[in-house]
Design a protein around this ligand. Sequence first.
Ligand code: ASP
Ligand code: MG
Length: 405
Amino acid sequence: MARVVMKFGGTSVADLDRIRGVARRVQRAVAAGDEVAVVVSAMAGVTNQLVAWCQALSPLHDAREYDAVVATGEQVTAGLLAIALQEMGVEARSWLGWQIPLVSDDAHGKARIERIEGTELVARMRRGQVPVVAGFQGVGPDGRVTTLGRGGSDTSAVALAAAIRADRCDIYTDVDGVYTTDPRIVAKARKLDRIAYEEMLELASVGAKVLQTRSVELAMKERVRVQVLSSFEEAPGTLLVDEDEIVEKEVVTGIAYSRDEAKITVRRVPDRPGIAAAIFGALAAQGVNVDMIVQNVSAEGTTDMTFTVGKADLPRARAALGSAREAVGFADILADPDVAKISVVGVGMRSHPGVANTMFRTLADKSINIQVISTSEIKVSVLIAAEYTELAVRALHTAYGLDAA
Ligand code: ASP
Ligand code: MG
């Protein structure tokens, strides 16, 4: 007997038939003797629709009302799944964030979970009742509904698993696990049986969209055993584990890409102390996150500063830089949204030199120009022209020996 959290994403609950399918899967787990808590997302497409409605009424809408609107998607699926379970003779009830309560901070639209009261849920699970928890939502310090950022029901599930000390957190989705790269781009991508938390964290943060980054952070911190698996098949998925549970470490485990960033070059900035602080301070003040950064030293006392920001932040970044122009004293700004960030990730990099060089060599052989480079202990990322994304990912997948036989 195990205590498990089963989380189902939007495609897994996209219509009533699928909700019945999910209910049958839960029923089987309960029949096998497991104590089960379920976390659900909104039906596929619903959250996008709700977000669009808020934006249509007001682009700068009140974030508290946005949360009141977008949190409803999960309320619907939690209730429907509870009904489907009851219909099959499984005792179940729905739980909204405020009812548990799942308490978050007040950062509406991207709130962080602070505490989950799990005692009542556990007591009911022991008696055989299945709590069906609405993912993605919580309650803020002032009693208002909050949401945890897009993809946030993964984080709900992992946080719940930690709070009720579950043996496992199974995340059911529309792919059957985590792959060496996006199988839609590389037909020879392979499913990984295991991946280290840190690798998954890097992959999630550089564009692999399987899990919300925060959920991986939390799983790593709380040592939650997360499994990613398909809700449409019976096969085992990919298990997130500690680094030392992976015996055969590949040098590179996965390759991710992201087209969500834009490149900004601030031209001819004075080369003196305090300039970087002035530029990035102005961006931070506008809430703009900066990712990759390069700066050149030049002989004439000025330099170019190039960095990337989220594409959605480009207008705000331009505005922030515009107002800092006088203080900083740069010549002009160039913005290029047609870029892609390609990242290779693997814990094996810690002990194997030459990983970056293989990447540069491979891209050079395809005549792909590298615009910006950034590295961490287990990751190398490069920025290239967006049109070469597929070519680069395929070539690198082969170069690091990741292609399926
Ligand atoms: N329904 C929310 C979204 O689409 C949360 C989730 O699915 O994880 O972002
Ligand atoms: Mg998701």
